[in-house]
Design a binder for this molecule. Structure first.
Ligand code: SF4
Length: 416
């Protein structure tokens, strides 16, 4: 099968990336023709102001990819911006893609929603607004009666989110009028609501993604995939709507100009099993990640900071590995017998958390050791490995050009 997938170069990669994406690619490379690309144009869609780190991030990604075992002999590894045909196809696709397909794209809406929601929440909290004095929904009313302090805030938070969500998704674009009405139902004063909405309508919130590039990035994504006539794309469940858009664009193109593109299927990848050391999703912005490039000391320190079973306070307390992040890591990194042993001993306080964490740090370091060795090798000879990607770009360009010739012919475009 032909497989296409890319990754945005936004910084060094962590274990979450490894188990969420790279491990899957490494499996796929054995029996498929894979095109894996560093999506540097996509990194610009919302980070267009931060180009000074882009080249470094690309280099870092080259090192990360090669050190985990992506094999340039088995795959075409390349950098998106060096295969200009992607942009030509994206431009042609943009001619046939209705604007509404993009405006209704869930990730575009979700991102806007989160930015706006965050703003409103901070605005009301900043104004010290007491809300939900007259909650219109019975359930919320009852919940509030029983709630105290922080719980009240949480209910308010969820309720605001729910109302905002409804207003936001009622119509195409952002329904400021509906939002205002819903906020008023919260018992907020008209003056404050009007001020908040005015700020949203006229302020800078979300302006960074109010660009043509951000709105149309699914079109570029469709070009990235279809230009290699991919049979399948490995994606997480949240990416399914994007791939559907790619399929719709392929269908529309085929209907207009004759059969040119296949409709790629998805290969559903499992959700990354790894949480960050604080129990939230592993992410650079939460500062809770273990990086592929971390040395053994850094790994040890991070593992010692990991959250454990919150009910196990003293060494003599019996623990529950099922709710412990450390244990979830053990299941991935540690040998079966040791995992079984921890599972039994933790429950009868036979092992302490510090000892358990030391075992885990050893396991992670054992896993990372060959990756570190390969990193050193790649870093020492980085120019050679950059050239590997340059060769990949040439191979990708040849493939992409073949498709583009067909596209231009089928569209009956000018040819000398
Ligand atoms: S002993 Fe290990 S599995 Fe049990 S609570 Fe402590 S860290 Fe978690």
């Amino acid at each position: 099968m032909r497989i296409v997938s890319g990754m945005r170069p936004t910084g060094k990669l962590h274990l979450g990336h490894y188990f969420g994406v790279l491990k899957n690619w490494i499996d796929l490379q054995e029996n498929n023709r894979c095109f894996f690309f560093i999506a540097d144009w996509h990194a610009l869609t919302n980070k267009y102001k931060e180009t000074e780190s882009l080249k470094e991030n690309i280099k870092e990604m080259i090192i990360d990819w090669l050190s985990v075992g992506l094999d340039p002999e088995k795959n075409v590894l390349f950098i998106q911006s060096q295969v200009k045909q992607h942009s030509e196809l994206a431009l042609l696709f943009s001619m046939i893609t209705p604007k509404s397909w993009l405006e209704l794209n869930p990730s575009y809406k979700d991102l806007k929603f989160n930015l706006y929601y965050q703003y409103l929440r901070d605005f009301f909290l900043g104004k010290n607004v007491k809300v939900l004095q007259t909650p219109p929904i019975k359930k919320v009313d009852e919940a509030l009666e029983e709630a105290t302090g922080k719980q009240k805030n949480k209910i308010y938070d969820e309720y605001l989110r729910e109302l905002f969500f409804r207003a936001f998704y009622n119509k195409r674009g952002i329904d400021f009028k509906g939002l205002k009405e819903n906020l008023m139902k919260l018992g907020l004063s008209k003056k404050i609501v009007e001020e908040a909405i005015k700020n949203l309508e006229t302020g800078d919130i979300g302006k960074d993604i109010d660009t043509l590039g951000f709105l149309s990035y699914p079109v570029l994504q469709a070009a990235d995939i279809l230009i290699y006539k991919a049979d399948a794309v490995p994606i997480g469940e949240d990416q399914l709507p994007h791939l559907e858009l790619t399929r719709e664009i392929a269908r529309r193109f085929n209907n207009l100009y004759g059969k040119t593109f296949p409709e790629p299927k998805h290969i559903l990848t499992e959700e990354a099993k790894l949480l960050g050391i604080d129990g939230r999703k592993m992410s650079k912005s939460y500062n809770n990640a273990i990086y592929l490039s971390d040395n053994s000391k850094e790994v040890e320190q991070k593992v010692l900071m990991m959250k454990t079973d919150p009910n196990r306070i003293k060494r003599t307390d019996k623990g529950n590995p099922d709710v412990c992040i450390v244990f979830s890591y053990h299941k991935l990194f540690t040998d079966k017998n040791t995992v079984e042993n921890i599972n039994v001993e933790c429950r009868k306080a036979g092992i302490g958390c510090v000892e358990c964490k030391k075992l885990l740090a050893d396991s992670i370091n054992k896993f990372l050791e060959p990756i570190r060795e390969k990193r050193e090798e790649v870093k020492k000879d980085i120019e050679k490995y950059i050239n590997v990607f340059k060769e990949g770009c040439k191979t990708a360009s040849i493939e992409a050009e073949k498709t583009m010739e067909e596209v231009r012919d089928n569209m009956k475009l000018w040819k000398f």
